[in-house]
Design a protein around this ligand. Structure first.
Ligand SMILES: NC(=O)c1ccc[n+]([C@@H]2O[C@H](COP(=O)([O-])OP(=O)(O)OC[C@H]3O[C@@H](n4cnc5c(N)ncnc54)[C@H](O)[C@@H]3O)[C@@H](O)[C@H]2O)c1
Length: 445
């Protein structure tokens, strides 16, 4: 099939590459000329395991192309995917300007039937808005051309995006148009061979399904974070509690890890956007509001612990920071807990020596050169001259450090373990104080 994908970010590029991988011809359109130049010269603008090879392979085979020219894109595919960003607006609602701009571009250039597939995460009712924008633009052109708008929310996880796309747990498709149902069946046929994964539904339910999934996952995390704070005050160990409840299959072990808050481009903005949608239709979503409020507080927790350790005297202190990305295996720092911590430390007059296996460039892009941020080449280097260590991303390479060496390098014997990745006894045995998220401290060595 011939497919056009608008937006070459985490979702658009993975979608384009994976659709090309199974034999489709795909053109990716992006408004960022630097991104398209890089892609056309064989580079990949984001870190996503396996993506560089897949893009290269399909580009060289002539199945994957890149352009900034919307007309070329619209002419190309019978299927027009929208995979542009839907960042939070000032008030927390989803900003639809990029989605609607693509709808307009499609309508400006289309000359025949198109299936417009929305893969961006968009509030309920956006399908109608996209259709209205296309109709208005066609009317201005004096053109009468048939089209259908389909909601096809994306469930891939950064860091495992290719596996998720190639072997999806489910493919949600919101359309009741028989012609579009046929097209979408054909498009997803190669990903649907093992058993039926396509879930067809009306467009509004499909749009809501994406928000429901992310809000449910965020709720699990905030619930555990709330509980970890209670456990800490009560002298219980949240790790024991986690295992105690996770072994109940109705609860399960996934997504119940306490930590220093969730970040990324999805959970924070999607929970807020769903809350906003509910408020707009006159419903006060108490639970969704609390999920975000708990997360907000949780992201401040590490700073508060570090500040307490130094009795509020952080001016001139240096914190070694392991992890910048919002989670392992990605360079994405959108809404990352590392940012909340660093910014609070800077405000308090402290400086940061940070290391992340892949997010260095992203951190430099966001923060530029500044005297109170030194981005290091490895984890050991971050410890040099540092007063204490904070761990905010559970990268595998941070999991088993030589605690003796950490103790020797730090000026003060304290580790702030924002993801509970260390065994309190192992840390304490090395003469370090282990500050965790709701764990019971081990007995001193
Ligand atoms: N990142 C994820 O893990 C993930 C997972 C599922 C769903 N989503 C959703 O998918 C959507 C995209 O997310 P992302 O993380 O890929 O965003 P992103 O910011 O990485 O990429 C968006 C891209 O769209 C481009 N763009 C903006 N306007 C455009 C236009 N008019 N025409 C062509 N390109 C344009 C931007 O230049 C950018 O490259 C969002 O709605 C997000 O919520 C993201």
């Amino acid at each position: 099939m011939k497919v056009t994908v608008f937006g070459s970010g985490y979702v658009g590029l993975v979608t384009g590459a994976c659709l090309a991988e199974v034999g489709n011809k795909v053109i990716c359109v992006d408004v960022d000329p630097a991104k398209i130049d890089l892609l056309n010269s064989g580079g990949v603008p984001i870190y996503e395991p396996g993506l560089t090879d897949m893009v290269k392979r399909n580009r060289e085979a002539g199945r994957l192309m890149f352009t900034t020219d919307a007309k070329t894109g619209v002419d190309f595919g019978q299927i027009q995917c929208i995979a542009v960003g839907t960042p939070p607006d000032e008030d927390g609602s989803a900003d639809l300007q990029y989605v609607l701009a693509v709808a307009e571009s499609i309508a400006e250039h289309m000359n025949g039937f198109k299936v417009v597939v929305d893969k961006s995460t968009v509030p309920v009712g956006t399908g109608d808005k996209v259709a209205a924008r296309i109709r208005e633009t066609l009317t201005k052109r004096g053109a009468k051309i048939d089209f259908d708008v389909v909601a096809n929310p994306e469930f891939l996880k950064e860091g495992a995006a290719i596996g998720d796309f190639m072997k999806p747990e489910r493919i949600v498709v919101g359309t009741e148009n028989p012609r579009s149902i046929r097209v979408m069946r054909e498009l997803y046929g190669p990903f649907n061979r093992n058993h039926e994964r396509l879930l067809f539904m009306d467009i509004r339910s499909a749009e809501l399904t994406k928000y429901a999934a992310n809000s449910m996952l965020a709720t699990k995390i905030s619930f555990m974070n709330e509980l970890s704070n209670i456990a800490e005050i009560l002298g219980a160990d949240i790790e024991k509690v986690r295992i105690g409840i996770g072994s109940d299959p109705r609860i399960g072990f996934q997504f119940i890890y306490p930590g220093c808050g969730y970040g990324g481009s999805c959970f924070p903005k999607d929970v807020q956007a769903l809350e906003k949608t509910a408020l707009e239709v006159g419903y006060r979503p108490e639970l969704l509001h609390a999920v975000e409020a708990v997360n907000h507080r949780q992201k401040e927790l590490l700073f508060n612990k570090i500040s307490n350790y130094f009795d509020g005297r952080l001016r001139g202190k240096t914190v070694a920071l392991w992890g910048l990305a919002f989670k392992p295996n990605t360079d994405d720092m959108r809404a990352a807990s590392s940012r909340t911590l660093m910014e609070a430390l800077w405000d308090a007059g402290a400086s940061v020596r940070a290391f992340d296996p892949v997010a260095r460039e992203e951190a430099e892009r966001i923060y530029g050169q500044r005297g109170d941020l030194h981005i290091c080449g490895n984890a050991d280097e971050a410890l040099e001259g540092a007063d204490v260590l904070a761990v905010v991303t559970e990268w595998i390479e941070f999991r088993s450090p030589d605690f003796q060496e950490v103790r020797e390098k730090l000026n003060y014997p304290a580790i702030f373990d924002g993801r509970n990745i260390y065994d309190p006894q192992a840390v304490t045995s090395a003469g370090l104080i282990h500050y965790s998220i709701g764990r019971r401290p081990a007995n001193p060595a």
